[in-house]
Design a protein around this ligand. Structure first.
Ligand code: ZN
Length: 73
């Protein structure tokens, strides 16, 4: 079986960044993938992507190093 290619979403400087079970963030600096709507607050290893579960607030450091993609069709 071939893995489904990731459908990347364009992020803008303006935000707000999506926080939904359908979207996850991929950090280009440490390679971690962080769900955009986790049950508990989550962050990637290098701290470039931080998602606060309580406020659904997504904080991105180096936007150019972050990709968002759809987790489902
Ligand atoms: Zn990272």
């Amino acid at each position: 079986m071939k893995p489904t290619p990731r459908q990347y979403i364009e992020l803008t400087q303006l935000g707000p960044y999506p926080s939904t079970p359908l979207v996850a963030y991929e950090c280009g600096m440490c390679g971690d993938v962080v769900p955009s709507a986790p049950a508990e607050s989550a962050a990637c290893r290098c701290g470039n992507i931080i998602v606060d579960a309580t406020s659904s607030c997504v904080t991105l450091g180096e936007l150019a190093a972050v990709k968002a993609f759809r987790t489902q069709r």
